[in-house]
Ligand binder design. Structure first.
Ligand SMILES: [Zn+2]
Length: 322
């Protein structure tokens, strides 16, 4: 009996498709295989993907249109692929419209779209805000069923999208946000750029937890705006603000627990835990120490206290549902 000694290797999910040696020996004759049945495997990104001579597309033979000369599929990174796909994307029309309305040019991807990627918020939190950024709110000027064209909240101006950021009641809601954000950004002002897009200047926007709070606040503004029309519910800026704060604090708490778990896991695996990587998400309101414990700023602690006071004083259940 002829034995062929080979090193077989197997994939493990733990190593993300990378192979590990098992030192297992296979009796090829018993398996009904001869030497002639063996084919060279094709390797891609540290793992076997198929038989070398028949695999398609061959990672060294194919590439994407628009890739750099000599850049084949084999070493192409997600970053390079994203750049290639982005070249083909048509920018949404709202980008040009916003720059025209606000009167200055700015980097939409870096200042606006990037804010949707925060782990503090879920699609449930940002789907309403997405409508604002895309300028696709059903305002009375475009609603054929509207019984009046005046703003459903202030009843003083024609209700159209451009009025939302000028509406006194919406401005009062965002004034609460600015009052809190000023603790961390002393120069912040209640401008249309801030209200609609979270822009602090022509070159900067809200970041970290303040950006998340701004997006969550829009969620509650849109809910109250719709309910004012559909159910005739009165729009009260304070109620909208505290509803948003409650949701925001809950999201921060969820992330805090997640970070503590990350820190525990890092310690148990003998790895370093980097507090900076997670603090960037929650700054400027809160950061984390080396052990993954949160370190709230006094202003953030005051906000938590103020919410508890508000909830005790105000009639329970007055806050809108999440
Ligand atoms: Zn109004």
């Amino acid at each position: 009996m002829a034995w062929l000694e080979i090193q077989t290797r197997e994939r493990t999910s733990a190593s993300r498709g990378k192979v590990v040696k098992t030192e297992e020996r296979l009796n090829l004759v018993k398996e009904g295989l001869g030497l002639a049945s063996l084919r060279d495997a094709l390797w891609w990104g540290g793992g076997p993907v198929g038989v070398a001579e028949t695999y398609y597309p061959h990672p060294k033979g194919w590439t994407f249109e628009g890739a750099r000369p000599g850049q084949t599929l084999d070493p192409i990174s997600v970053r390079a692929l994203t750049a290639l796909f982005r070249q083909r994307l048509v920018r949404p029309s709202c980008e040009a419209k916003w720059q025209q309305v606000l009167g200055f040019e700015f980097d939409f991807t870096q200042l606006v779209w990037v804010r949707f990627t925060s782990p503090l918020i879920t699609p449930r939190d940002f789907k309403n805000y997405y409508r604002i950024v895309n300028r696709s709110m059903l305002t009375r000027n475009i609603n054929p069923e509207a019984t009046s064209l005046m703003c459903r909240l202030c009843k003083r101006s024609l209700e159209r999208f451009s009025h939302i950021g000028k509406c006194q009641l919406i401005k009062r809601t965002f004034a609460k946000f600015v009052e809190y954000a000023r603790n961390f950004l002393p120069g912040i002002r209640l401008t249309e750029g801030l209200i609609y897009l979270g822009l602090c200047s022509t070159k900067s926007a809200l970041t970290g937890s303040l950006s998340a709070l701004h997006i969550i606040l829009w969620k509650f503004v849109v809910i109250a705006f719709v309910q004012a029309e559909v159910r005739g519910k009165k729009y009260v800026p304070e109620v909208v603000w505290w509803g948003a704060v409650r949701r925001y604090l809950a999201r921060m708490k969820v992330y805090e627990v997640r970070v503590q778990e990350m820190a525990r896991r890092a310690v148990s695996r003998g790895r370093n835990f980097s507090p900076d990587r997670v603090s960037v998400i929650t700054r400027p309101c809160m950061s984390f120490d080396e052990g993954g414990e949160c370190e709230p700023t006094p202003q953030y602690a005051r906000l938590i206290y103020a919410l508890t006071v508000y909830l005790k004083v105000e009639i329970p259940n007055r806050l809108p549902e999440n």
